[in-house]
Design a protein around this ligand. Structure first.
Ligand code: AMP
Length: 418
């Protein structure tokens, strides 16, 4: 099947072929015709499936096939949880609309609002935004959403994790009632289903992968190792395997910095990307990683969300996430759009229960390998229990700040940053 049979205009097809895409990805095949019919969509698709083109191409088609309005009111609003994702979607929309008379723009927090306001003043057809900055500018009367025809909520699960539910509700209240709604989410939790029910009108459900399974092309592998030997092992894996582009996940910002420094000391070019880094530092790190000037990008879950790094061969979990679904998000960055990839996890004694959770979610066991010299030491049942308990204590947020969604990390401290 080619893009030609999807009913897209020549100018869109030309942009697609300029990108080098020959066939639509599974999510694109399913979702493009449904969006073109004007239906609401509930799509399960993680980063790497080609979901951005999946919603952008039909939106471009819809916006350019009807009568275009003078002075370009915002006709499509794409909401995303992070500024990185917003910036990436903006780049994609620009690429796909290259041969059309369409003006996209992006707004997000953490940077001066004036250039964004200037752009909005001159008229914008498609606005990509993070919720906080959108509401800010709306409250200042600097933008109008009265003409929005198509709303996209991208990575809706992460928006909820980051505490954006109230902002989303406020935004929904200022949008016209009659509109088309597209909700994309990597996972379908109870909360997502509730949100979908409140927003979508007789939606068509589209799945890129059945349920919560991961990309089939990913080889999952775990190395059981003592906590204290993880750094040495990861450096060995990267060097011996001659891995040139590795994305490494740590659970904390501090852990990301520490690991990065240790790698640099061993001569690996590495950069850390997390919520405490400035927008400039994050953009620079990501650009360096993409240009191969940086070999290892060490990231926390939230910072890595939505990064568009095509054909990433290796993703390493230096620490496993304590929420199984985050494993899916993390490894969504490898084995993308048709290429294969390795998802490697370093597992210490205290992380065994996370392995169980991930295996349950994936529906299969993770293959375990051992590197000589890095065998996990034997622990008695009591010692193991003590480590697990200590770990649980560490994970627990201070009382009074208990997170009802069980996602303590970054939830509040990232909110204002986007
Ligand atoms: P996304 O899931 O939207 O983040 O897209 C993941 C990557 O796949 C991006 O780098 C896109 O440029 C790429 N991509 C999107 N659609 C296709 C396609 N039909 N064929 C090949 N690559 C694609």
């Amino acid at each position: 099947m080619s893009f030609n049979s999807l009913g897209l205009a020549d100018a869109i097809l030309k942009a697609v072929s300029t990108q080098g895409y020959s066939t639509p990805t599974p999510i694109q095949k399913k979702v493009i015709p449904v969006i073109l019919e004007g239906k609401d969509v509930l799509a399960s698709a993680q980063t790497g499936t080609g979901k951005t083109a999946g919603f952008t191409l039909p939106i471009l088609q819809i916006l350019t096939s009807g009568q275009q309005l003078r002075n370009r009111p915002i006709r499509s609003l794409i909401l995303t949880p992070t500024r990185e994702l917003a910036a990436q979607i903006f780049e994609n929309v620009k690429d796909y609309s290259k041969f059309l008379d369409i003006k996209p723009a992006v707004i997000f927090g953490g940077v001066n609002q004036n250039p964004q306001v200037q752009t909005l003043r001159s008229g914008v057809d498609i606005l990509i935004a993070t919720p906080g900055r959108l509401l800010d500018l709306q409250n200042q009367g600097l933008l109008s959403l009265a003409k929005v025809e198509i709303l996209v909520l991208d990575e809706a699960d992460r928006m909820l994790d980051m505490g954006f539910l109230r902002d989303i509700k406020k935004i929904l209240n200022i949008l016209p009632i009659k509109r088309q709604n597209l909700l994309f989410s990597a996972t379908f939790s109870k909360e997502i289903k509730q949100l979908a029910q409140g927003i979508l009108n007789h939606p068509i459900t589209v799945e890129a992968t059945p349920g919560n399974t991961t990309a089939e092309m990913v080889n999952h592998k775990i190395y059981r190792v003592d906590k204290g030997k993880k750094t040495e092992l990861i450096i060995k894996l990267i060097m011996d395997g001659n891995w040139q582009q590795v994305l490494v996940f740590t659970r904390t910002k501090h852990g990301a910095n520490k690991l990065c420094e240790k790698m640099q000391k061993k001569g690996l070019t590495a950069a850390a990307i997390h919520g405490n880094k400035t927008q400039g530092a994050r953009t620079k790190a990501l650009a360096g990683f993409k240009d191969a000037a940086i070999r290892v990008l060490v990231a926390t879950d939230i910072a890595a969300r939505g990064l568009d790094i095509p054909l990433l061969p290796h993703v390493v979990n230096f620490e496993l996430p304590n929420i199984s679904e985050d494993y899916i998000h993390r490894i969504g960055r490898t084995g993308r759009a048709g290429s294969s990839g390795d998802a490697i996890s370093l597992v210490s004694h205290d992380e065994e229960e996370y392995v169980k959770g991930i295996e349950k979610l994936l529906g299969h066991r993770l293959t375990s390998e051992v590197i000589p010299g890095f065998e996990q030491s034997v622990m008695s049942r009591q010692e193991l229990e003590a480590v697990i308990q200590a770990n649980k204590q560490q994970q627990r947020p201070p009382s009074g700040n208990r997170d009802k969604t069980k996602r303590p990390s970054n939830r509040n401290n990232n909110r204002g940053r986007n």
